[in-house]
Structures are given as structure tokens and as C-alpha cells.
Design a protein around this ligand. Structure first.
Ligand code: UN1
Length: 494
């Protein structure tokens, strides 16, 4: 059995607790590796190492930092197949998707590396003579990065690469369901020449290790992707310490299919959005808002296609839908199916765990599930399930579709299928989400555009895109007075 340590100050070390945990393949329930449960002492050690790392790294010229990232991207590219296969074993999603996950990490790494020669500030005028004004970006210091399991290398890379390009040092806690890919990413960065102490990795539960990171007074910012509940707690803690926090939380992403939509296109998009990654994306399509005029036809075609989806081990080429990440998640999905039935929604297909006896599948598998007759206020239309469960809500107009779409506490992604250009643009204006797709599914963001949501999905920050560096930098305004005398802004008016 492969054993992995914590990574502190450039060395792999054992934790102070002496405890370990297992990392399991959700498709086979085999153990893949043993990992360390870090303690508070280890988080403290990681922060001390990150202080030394920050001293060095923040003073390294950004184009030199970028060289490390360019090398890391090339190493990832070389290892893409190996990383993807490992990720399928660790996280479960099918190989085509884990290749995409690695590709997304490569993309953001190149993107952040490119920023090494940009990181533009502004120059502007002064109201006074002989005075020069500009802004520069400064690193934040030590940042605490807490990542989820559904994108085991892409989301860590979204956080790590811009944070590094901007000159910060890092204490990184990966999700306990997918630590190996995080460790591989750290190994790649070290192979690429990142100095010791700049990135430190601690593994273990959010309740202890995550908490210690959030509460550490010398960590200046937290970037977290995960549940709304945890995000709220983190935000409260960070408020007390006046610490910057950027949050990417849940979604309840709607796809609107209008009566004038290209239904073939919409069908492919709904299936991919709802059941890709086994529905375990923040951006997954969990509500289908369907125009009543196409309800019957579209629902029938959707069911026929859903029936053909093959659930199984993501390593097998014939698999469309892999396992669910763990037992707790499987039970949560089961619970929501019961809730949907109790609320009076009609279960059209799926709704059950896949029985290991009859299927020969021993892991955490759940049938692709579709509910119809879902009321917009039902819990299955409001709460994030994070599994292969789609709720159909029928509407009779564009206005009603928008109203239903916006009737949620979340606001990450949304999509509309329509051939009416006016309605497409109206939807872009009116859908309360950070991302809107026209004639494309709710999943599939690209790294050079900002990623994030409104309302309960986040707190105004965006990851990736042109905001990537800003998430991990402070803006400093600089005034250079070369008049040789005291000049008073707002007072010396001539
Ligand atoms: C997530 O589910 O948290 O847009 C991230 C997408 C992917 C990223 C999803 N590129 O679906």
C-alpha cells in the first residue's frame, strides 16, 4: 500500500498525531493509499515553513516565478494519461472526464504563468503638478487553500497557480477523498523547481485541519470551494480576523428548454449537464425548466436516452456514468430521492442504488434519476443534491422560466436552449448566475473566463480568468511626487 506524508518546508514528513486515513476507489472500494491525519501542530509547522517560503518567493521576479509554472504545465502534459487514470481510480469519473480535469489544470497553469509577464497595474493622472500615480499588485502573504474532491487537480490548480504567480506562499489542504492527485500536483511543482516552503500540504479532516488553517492568525487569506454551510462558517471566522476569503459554494443550476429550441441539441446538453461527472459538479444541471409545449416529446426522448447510459467503473471505455464519491454522498442522494417522492414529485426513472449482487458492481453506484411534476419550491428543486438527479419543472412562458430559474438561493451557472435571439439575450440579462450558457450545457467553463456565482454561491470573488491574479493580490496605489515641495491634494487647487 502506498503511503503518503505531509509536505512541509520541502520535505515529506509524518504527522504529529500518528494517525492515518485510507483513500478508497469508489468504484471498487479498494484502498489506494494511506495518508496522514495532520494535527494543529502540523498546520503551525506548515505556516512557519510558508513564512520562509514567502520571504523568498515574494521577492522572486514574477517572470521567474512563471518559469516554474511553465515547467509544471509541461510536466503535467507529459503525465496527463497517468494522472487521469489515477484520478479515475481515486475519484471515479470516467477517463474522458479525468483527462479533461488534468487538461483544465494544464490550461490554468499556462494561463497563470502567462500572467508573470503581465500583472498589469494602472497609470493615471494626478490633480497636482509633477506627481505620478499608478497602481501595483502586491502578494497577500500566506494563503490557505481548501479544495474539494470533484475536480481533484483542476480546482487545486485554479487556486494554487494564480496564488503562486502573484507571489504568495501556500498552505494547501486537499479533500480527504482525493489527496493523491493533490500530492501529485505538489510533486510536479517541486520537480518544476518551486523552492521549499512555498507550497505546503496538510491532509486530514476539514473539522480539524481545515479549521486550524482558517483560524491561523498568520494566514492572510482563505480560498475555499465546497458546501454553503462550511462556506458560511469560514466567512464568519475570516470576518472576525479581518482575513480575505473567497468562496465557491453550491449550485442548483437550471437549464431552460424553450418550445423553439433545437431539441436534439438540448437533449445532448441536458444529459451531459445532468449526468456527466455523475452530477457531481457545482455546475451540474439539476433543474430542467421545460416549456409545456415540448414537455411530452422532450421528456420521452430524455427518458429513452437516460435508459441507455451505462453506469460502471470509469476506467472501462463503455462507461458513461461513474460511481458516486463515497457512502455518505450515496446516502444523501438516496435521502433526496425519498424527499422528492414524499413531496409529490413523480419519479420517472432511476432512484435507486445499484445493487452490488445483481450488477457485479461493488462500489458506490446510483442510477441516473429523473423526477417530473417538480414544484419550484420543493426541496429537490431548491437544495443541492450533488448526484445524478434531475428535476423537471414545467413552465408556460419565457417569463415564468426566468422566474423559476432565479427562484433559488444559489447562482452559479445557468443555460437556455432557444432559437429566439431576443430571448437568448434577455436570459443573459435576467438569469441571476455568474455564468450563463446559450445553447450549451451548464457545465464546461474555460479557464480564461472568470468562474464563480452570485447569491449563496459565493461572496463576489471569481476564480480563473482575468480575476485569477486579483483573488490573490492586494492593489496598492502609488503616488510619486517629484515637485520637491509639499503639495496638498484637494487643497492646493491651482
Ligand atoms: C466545479 O464543479 O466546481 O465548468 C467546477 C465546469 C468545469 C468546472 C466545474 N470546468 O463544469
Amino acid at each position: 500500500m502506498q503511503e503518503y506524508g505531509l509536505f512541509i518546508g520541502g520535505e515529506w514528513t509524518d504527522s504529529s498525531t500518528g494517525e492515518t486515513f485510507d483513500d478508497m476507489n469508489p468504484a471498487t472500494l479498494e484502498n489506494l493509499a494511506v495518508l496522514q491525519v495532520a494535527g494543529i501542530d502540523d498546520v503551525n509547522r506548515a505556516v512557519e515553513a510558508a513564512k520562509a517560503g514567502f520571504e523568498l518567493w515574494s521577492k522572486t521576479p514574477p517572470p521567474k516565478r512563471a518559469e516554474v509554472l511553465f515547467r509544471a504545465a509541461r510536466i503535467m502534459q507529459r503525465q496527463k494519461e497517468e494522472l487521469a487514470s489515477l484520478m479515475t481510480q481515486e475519484m471515479g469519473k470516467v477517463l474522458a472526464e479525468t483527462r479533461g480535469d488534468v487538461q483544465e489544470a494544464i490550461d490554468i497553469t499556462y494561463y497563470a504563468a502567462g500572467e508573470g509577464r503581465r500583472m498589469f497595474g494602472e497609470t493615471t493622472t494626478s490633480e497636482l503638478r509633477d506627481k505620478f500615480c499608478m497602481t501595483v499588485l502586491r502578494p497577500l502573504g500566506i494563503v490557505g487553500l481548501i479544495a474539494p474532491w470533484n475536480f481533484p487537480i483542476a480546482i487545486p490548480a485554479w487556486k494554487i497557480m494564480p496564488a503562486l504567480a502573484a507571489g504568495n506562499s501556500i498552505v494547501f489542504k486537499p479533500a480527504s477523498d482525493t489527496p493523491i492527485l493533490a500530492i501529485k500536483l505538489v510533486e510536479i511543482l517541486m520537480e518544476a523547481g518551486l523552492p521549499p516552503g512555498v507550497i505546503n500540504l496538510v491532509t486530514g479532516p476539514g473539522g480539524t485541519v481545515g479549521k486550524a488553517i482558517v483560524r491561523h492568525p498568520d494566514i492572510r487569506a482563505i480560498s475555499f470551494t465546497g458546501s454553503l454551510e462550511t462556506g458560511k462558517w469560514i466567512m464568519g471566522e475570516c470576518a472576525k480576523a479581518m482575513k480575505r476569503v473567497s468562496l465557491e459554494l453550491g449550485g442548483k443550476n437550471p437549464v431552460i428548454v424553450m418550445d423553439d429550441a433545437d431539441l436534439d441539441l438540448a437533449l445532448d446538453g441536458v444529459l451531459w449537464g445532468a449526468f456527466g461527472t455523475t452530477g457531481q459538479r457545482c455546475t451540474a444541471t439539476s433543474r430542467l425548466i421545460l416549456h409545456e409545449k415540448v414537455r411530452e416529446e422532450f421528456t420521452a426522448r430524455l427518458l429513452a436516452k437516460t435508459r441507455t447510459l451505462r453506469v460502471g467503473d470509469g476506467l472501462l471505455p463503455e462507461t458513461d456514468v461513474g460511481p458516486v464519491i463515497n457512502k455518505a454522498q450515496l446516502e444523501k442522494i438516496e435521502r433526496y430521492v425519498r424527499i422528492g417522492q414524499e413531496e409529490g414529485a413523480t419519479l420517472l426513472i432511476g432512484g435507486k442504488l445499484i445493487d452490488p449482487e445483481s450488477s457485479g458492481l461493488s462500489g458506490y453506484f446510483f442510477e441516473p434519476t429523473v423526477f417530473t411534476d417538480v414544484g419550484p419550491d420543493m426541496r429537490i428543486a431548491q437544495e443541492e443534491i450533488f448526484g445524478p438527479v434531475l428535476s423537471i419543472i414545467t413552465v408556460s412562458s419565457f417569463e415564468e422560466a426566468i422566474e423559476v430559474a432565479n427562484n433559488t438561493q444559489f447562482g452559479l451557472s445557468s443555460a437556455i436552449y432557444t432559437e429566439n435571439m431576443g430571448n437568448a439575450f434577455r436570459a443573459v440579462e435576467q438569469l441571476e448566475t455568474g455564468i450563463t450558457y446559450v445553447n450549451a450545457p451548464t457545465i464546461g467553463a474555460e479557464v480564461h473566463l472568470p468562474f464563480g456565482g452570485v447569491k449563496g454561491t459565493g461572496n463576489g470573488f471569481r476564480e480563473a480568468g482575468t480575476d485569477a491574479i486579483r483573488e490573490f493580490s492586494e492593489v496598492k496605489a502609488v503616488y510619486i511626487d517629484y515637485s520637491g515641495k509639499l503639495q496638498k491634494a484637494q487643497i492646493d487647487t491651482d
